[in-house]
Design a protein around this ligand. Structure first.
Ligand code: C2E
Ligand code: MG
Ligand code: MG
Ligand code: MG
Length: 281
């Protein structure tokens, strides 16, 4: 009896594994096509200066308009893309699309600040990292001072001396660098010293309960203090309430990004936001 039950359980797991695998392979096939067929698109989430309230830039976030199932958020396809070797072509598509957008907005005289792009580990770890970025800028005619590159601490761990040199080279040309999800990876003071970045983005995980959780409050205060002491721009991610904004303002955080100020939105909506900003001052 027990043996039978055991076999049943085994069969059940094997079956759900097959299902999982089938789902993954299907998603991989669809995503490969999606990249080629321009089913991917970008929303842009605005970032504001906390003191003046002015728009300072935005982050590009990828979405997938599935032909039958509607819009999918990155959480639904990036993990599989990562696992199945599609994250690199996907992220290259995003970088190209952002640079084309920058070129278009520049040509139309819009003052949009910077557009931040999330880079994957394979882009940063590529021996031609620096040249690849410059090639995209050249091909699209986007200017370096409009581009910001974001990567996580985990990406930095794998970075070597060559990556370090490329970051310096791109920085000198006017590209900004931001460390994303700061505090959630293997944060090390060494990375902050070794890699020349301009910005740290305090992860939403710490902002979420910052007004209720004393521990989170101390972490956020310490992170802002560290960033400020090192001359880095500090940005809080996932700001949803006025209380969180007030806390951040009181402790000297410089910029904010979150639903309180604006959701990720289509470029046309961002253009209206820019127009509004210019009219009002
Ligand atoms: P991220 O780079 O840390 O992006 C911020 C995420 O927080 C976005 O989720 C954004 O929609 C969400 N967010 C912003 N403000 C709020 C808020 O006030 N409340 C809440 N609940 N969420 C907020 P999204 O768009 O789902 O992206 C998730 C992650 O997927 C990104 O985290 C990034 O790691 C990755 N990702 C997104 N687009 C790209 C891309 O183009 N390339 C690569 N390589 N990764 C991307
Ligand atoms: Mg990001
Ligand atoms: Mg983040
Ligand atoms: Mg994140």
């Amino acid at each position: 009896k027990a043996k039978e039950a055991g076999r049943g359980t085994h069969a059940f797991f094997a079956d759900s594994m097959t299902q999982q695998l089938r789902h993954e392979m299907e998603l991989t096939r669809e995503l490969t096509q999606a990249i080629q067929n321009d089913e991917l698109f970008l929303d842009y989430q605005p970032q504001f200066d906390l003191e003046s309230g002015r728009l300072v830039g935005m982050e590009a976030l990828v979405r997938w308009r599935h032909p039958r199932e509607g819009v999918r958020q990155p959480g639904a396809f990036l993990p599989v893309a990562e696992k199945r070797g599609l994250i690199r072509p996907l992220s290259d598509w995003v970088l190209n699309a952002v640079c084309r957008r920058i070129r278009d907005w520049t040509d139309r005289g819009l003052e949009f600040g910077r557009v931040a792009v999330n880079l994957c580990a394979q882009q940063v770890g590529d021996p031609d990292f620096g040249d690849n970025i410059l090639t995209v800028l050249e091909r699209t005619g986007a200017r370096t001072e409009h581009l910001e590159l974001e990567f996580t601490e985990t990406v930095l761990i794998a970075a070597d001396a060559r990556t370090q040199a490329d970051i310096v080279r791109l920085s000198e040309l006017g590209i900004h660098f931001a460390i994303d999800d700061f505090g959630t990876g293997f944060s090390s003071m060494q990375y902050l010293r070794k890699f020349r970045t301009d910005k740290i983005k305090i992860d939403r995980e710490f902002i979420q309960d910052v007004t209720h959780d004393a521990g989170d409050a101390e972490i956020v205060k310490a992170t802002i203090a560290l960033g400020t002491a090192l001359g880095l721009m500090t940005v809080a991610e996932g700001v949803e309430t006025e209380e969180q904004a007030e806390f951040l303002r009181r402790h000297g955080c410089r910029q904010v990004q979150g639903y309180l100020y604006g959701r990720p939105q289509p470029p046309e909506d961002i253009e209206r936001l820019i127009g509004f900003g210019l009219e009002s001052g």
